[in-house]
Design a protein around this ligand. Structure first.
Ligand code: AMP
Length: 114
């Protein structure tokens, strides 16, 4: 069982900010921005490159949840914004093998990312 599956099962604590039947959103334990959330599917898809055709609805759902949570936080409005990041594999910087979308906000993001 991965770390994030244990968070879904409430076996380890997390600061959960949103939940529905298919997704969970919680605060990153090591935030890289004033707002740093992780949006994860409850289905244990290891990483984006291993998602299947049948996962199309959940992949779309994760982005819709990101937009909804960002809207709820008031960071969708003009003048602010946010960044979504999905890391895949070693070069991508992936550390936890359970698909997750990082939502970063509250500071000016740089390009290119490190
Ligand atoms: P990644 O490097 O894309 O796999 O991102 C994994 C993220 O999970 C990192 O930003 C970590 O800070 C975060 N993380 C690891 N353990 C926990 C935890 N127990 N609760 C919340 N976030 C965590």
């Amino acid at each position: 069982m991965t770390l994030f599956e244990k968070i879904i099962a409430r076996e380890i604590p997390a600061d959960i900010v949103y939940e529905d039947d298919d997704a969970l959103v919680f605060k990153d334990i090591n935030p890289q921005a004033p707002t740093h959330l992780l949006i994860i599917p409850k289905k244990p898809i290891p990483r984006v490159g291993e998602a299947e055709e049948e996962d199309q609805p959940i992949l779309g759902h994760l982005l819709l949840v990101a937009g909804k949570v960002a809207d709820d936080l008031g960071i969708c409005s003009t003048g602010s914004g946010f960044r979504l990041v999905v890391n895949h594999g070693a070069d991508g910087g992936e550390a936890v093998p359970h698909l997750h979308v990082h939502l970063l906000a509250g500071r000016q993001m740089q390009w290119p990312p490190g």
